[in-house]
Write a protein that binds this ligand. Structure first.
Ligand code: GLU
Length: 498
């Protein structure tokens, strides 16, 4: 049988989801750990889609998974879309390879044809359940005589191929995370089907054939597959192939320790992308809630994750996903992007588009779309906002459009509206250098002391209202710096004259 020895010398890992729906956070985490391992060891990261259960395949899911890996910044090196030297990367296009392996097993006597009808299998199952036993195939077709098999074949009887598991069969192995593991496989479910009657392989055969043919050096997958590994190793042995190393990744659970359900719609990566979450924040959160690093700390970028990742540090306990921390991770990474000159330029341009799309004709003047103004807003709000779209939300609309403030509302905040307004206009009238945040904060405080009976906080609410149409929001000094002297004065005058 053809091997892939040359490929195996290098680190080659794969993420092998079934295209049955959107990419889930648990899947993204498995893909990420594979990606980190590949990059750390100058290896290749492969995306293989396991679509052998055609009844569960969902249209568009394959593309969606690949798109989301791209979005997350961990694109595969080889995949159904990108192609590669050992493709195709979609199992339904590799049926010949599985049949070849199955024929080899049959020839060797390691597998046999099973002619049991679905009805018989169903009866076996029902009977076992009635006796409160685990359903298990009774291996009946193991014992068919060659002439009986030949006769059935000549009649064209539908059949599956089953892998012969010897009594007590187990194959201990050294898992890279869980250490020495052994799982008895034969008594659990009887001889497993490796090739179904429709010519499609089952997961076990396809997985083994592909990991071998694709030269996979390390299989890093979810811990739910730990108990299948012995079965896979027996298949490797029967096929005469050298198996890859295995490392099973602990489960990702909700913060309260409950299972992360694939049906939890809010855990799809697409949703996070659509919400404007930063991919690096999501990856940082996913790695922070698990292990695999010397220390857990927030704010790591992908290159830092690669640098610091160590498979040997993955612990066996489950990772607890705390999504409530996501805004904080986003804020941290958003700030990082703003500090980086190249990324900042991208943010400015994205924000310009968002402003134009959101406010269009209502814009104060076209000047607010200019890069220096937009960039200044980003700098001033650094550490406060977690996503770009926050800056076009109603809270920040004042940056781009003029608010409308009623006289009544203004006076309901402070009866000293005129006085406060006039004093501030006086302050801003002094022809000094561009407004400075610290100085302005200090001056406003001093200025308000001049008005007896007025609380500083209500004066600020009033000014915030005049400048933005809302009583809550960023500090007044910051609003003034963002808007600039001319616009600030115009808004205060406008509010007072109404
Ligand atoms: N298709 C399997 C899954 O979706 C892959 C398991 C494996 O990585 O071997 O989880």
């Amino acid at each position: 049988m053809g091997g892939s020895a040359a490929l195996r010398e290098a680190v080659r890992v794969r993420f092998a989801p079934s295209p049955t729906g959107f990419l889930h956070l648990g899947g993204l985490r498995t893909a990420l750990y594979n990606y980190l391992f590949a990059r750390k060891h100058n290896g290749r990261f492969i995306l293989r889609l396991e679509d052998t259960d055609q009844s569960r395949v969902v249209d568009g899911a394959a593309q969606g998974i690949e798109d989301m890996l791209e979005w997350a910044g961990i694109p595969p090196d080889e995949s159904p879309c990108r192609g590669g030297p050992v493709g195709p990367y979609l199992q339904s296009q590799r049926l010949g390879l599985y049949r070849e392996a199955s024929d080899f097993l049959l020839e060797k006597g390691a597998a046999y044809r099973c002619f049991c009808t679905p009805q018989r299998l169903e009866l076996l199952k029902k009977e076992a359940l009635r006796n409160r036993q685990t359903p298990r195939y009774d291996n009946r077709c193991r014992h068919l005589s060659p002439s009986h098999v030949a006769e059935k074949l000549s009649q064209g009887t539908e059949h599956a191929v089953r892998f012969r598991l010897e009594q007590g069969a187990e194959e201990p192995f050294l898992d890279l995370v869980y250490g020495w593991s052994r799982h008895e496989v034969s008594s659990v479910e009887g001889d497993p089907v490796v090739l179904k009657s429709d010519g499609f392989p089952t997961y076990h055969l396809a997985n083994v054939v592909d990991d071998h043919r694709m030269g996979i050096s390390h299989v890093l997958r979810g811990t739910e597959w730990l108990t299948s590994t012995s079965k896979h190793l027996l298949l490797y042995r029967a096929l005469g192939w050298q198996p890859p190393r295995f490392g099973h990744l602990p489960l990702l659970l909700n913060r309260d320790g409950s299972k992360l359900s694939k049906r939890q719609g809010d855990l799809f990566v697409e949703g996070f992308a659509q919400e404007g979450c930063l991919p690096e924040a999501l990856l940082d959160l996913l790695t922070n809630c698990g292990s695999g690093f010397v220390e857990n700390r927030m704010g790591r970028t992908l290159p830092e994750l690669i640098e610091e990742f160590d498979l040997g540090r993955i612990e066996r306990h489950s990772a607890l996903l705390d999504l409530e921390k996501l805004p904080e991770f986003n804020r941290t990474h958003f700030s990082r992007r703003i500090r980086d000159e190249v990324l900042r330029r991208e943010l400015v341009s994205e924000l310009q588009t968002a402003i134009e799309e959101t406010f269009g004709q209502q814009l104060v003047d076209r000047g607010v779309l200019e890069a220096p103004y937009v960039e200044q807003v980003l700098f001033l709000r650094r550490g406060h906002v977690s996503q770009l779209k926050d800056l076009v939300s109603p809270k920040y609309a004042f940056l781009w459009i003029r608010p409308s403030v009623s006289h009544e509302e203004l006076h309901s905040v402070s009866s000293e509206a005129e006085k406060i307004g006039t004093l501030v206009l006086g302050l801003l009238d002094q022809p000094v250098a561009p407004l400075n945040l610290e100085e302005l904060s200090r001056d406003l405080r001093l200025l308000m002391k001049q008005i007896k009976g007025t609380q500083y906080s209500s004066a600020m609410k009033l000014l915030r209202l005049a400048l933005s149409g809302r009583q809550e929001g960023p500090s007044v000094a910051e609003m003034m710096v963002s808007l600039g002297r001319r616009e600030t004065c115009a808004r205060i005058q406008r509010a007072l004259c109404r």
